[in-house]
Design a protein around this ligand. Structure first.
Ligand code: PMP
Length: 306
């Protein structure tokens, strides 16, 4: 359990970081957030925050869509993260949750003429999907929110109802996760993760205009696949039935990390085992995030002085 939170401009004991039941964001879902990971590296006794600035740049973009003003720049948010992690002193993998929210205690659905607050906490966190050997998934019975309804490119608290409906439908079907289709019936993403297929030795992933979050891990995957393995990614519309004929499939995201998908709608993906390209990307990703690959060390921000 976290001992501290960043709340109303300072680091306070977590029990003091409380909001009223009248808080606008609690009633109407008018907040936006990030999920950032910090990895413990036991050899160096160091913790590394992965892609910190990218997360805070995205938080700023989410805030723009929600008519919010964040009083901290991405660089300042990065520094607050480091300070909070130093105070917590975790010696394990950690998840950081920055949250910007409409804090006014008032009735009335809107985005304008409301105050904004920012908070952050950090908690130890292991795997998002438990169990070894890859995820078994369904196609969600719920469609992804459309850009013209609630923009999926913004990480908005209220829009995670769409994710929660899908995730619970998957659990009730005895599966680990759900893949959500767009209103037009094309593949968007997982309930809280982006998605890649492997077809004929190439990666395929849905376009950002197919109602997905503009994933940071998605960019990392495309980058390292090309640079380290010479594997190109085709970013294009993906049909539902392509999921059933793909050679390999995996989820990616800060929370889920790289998670192989071994079954979709009870049909095995490829051989039904974790595929070789997924495995390669998975293994390299975990070395990179722990700061073990010199070339990508600049993606990892040390929490303690080196
Ligand atoms: N899609 C959704 C809906 C998510 O919640 C997340 C997790 N942030 C992702 C994709 C993956 O994004 P990222 O790699 O930036 O964590």
């Amino acid at each position: 359990m976290p001992k501290y939170a960043f709340f109303k401009g300072e680091i306070v004991p977590i029990e003091n970081a409380k909001v009223s039941i009248m808080t606008h964001a609690l009633n109407y879902g008018t907040g936006c957030f990030e999920g950032v990971r910090a990895y413990w590296n036991p050899e160096e006794e160091q913790q590394f925050v992965f892609k910190a600035l990218e997360h805070y740049q995205r938080l700023h973009r989410s805030c723009r869509i929600l008519h919010m003003h964040l009083p901290y720049s991405p660089e300042e948010l990065r520094d607050i993260t480091v300070e909070l992690l130093q105070r917590e002193g975790y010696r394990e993998d950690t998840y950081i949750r920055p949250l910007a929210y409409k804090s006014t205690e008032v009735i009335g659905v809107r985005l304008h003429d409301l105050d904004d607050e920012f908070a952050m906490f950090a908690t130890p966190f292991g795997r998002y999907i438990e169990g070894e050997g890859g995820a078994r998934v369904i196609i969600s019975p719920w469609r992804r929110i459309d850009d013209n309804a609630i923009p999926a490119r913004a990480k908005i608290t209220g829009s995670y109802i769409n994710s929660a409906l899908s995730k619970t439908a998957a659990a009730q079907a005895g599966c680990d996760e759900a893949i959500v289709l767009t209103q037009a019936g094309h593949v968007a993403e997982g309930s809280a993760e982006n998605l890649f297929l492997v077809r004929n030795g190439r990666l395929v992933t849905p376009r950002i205009t197919d109602d997905i979050l503009e994933g940071i891990t998605r960019e990392v995957v495309m980058d390292i696949a090309r640079r380290e393995f010479g594997i190109e990614t085709k970013v294009r519309q993906v049909d539902r039935s392509e999921l059933y004929v793909a050679d390999e499939a995996f989820f990616c995201g800060t929370g889920v990390q790289i998670e192989p998908i071994v079954e979709i709608d009870h049909i095995p993906v490829g051989t039904g085992e974790v595929g070789p390209i997924t495995q390669q990307i998975h293994d390299l990703y975990f070395d990179i995030v722990r700061g073990r690959v010199e070339k990508y060390r600049h993606w990892c921000l040390p929490v303690y002085a080196e």
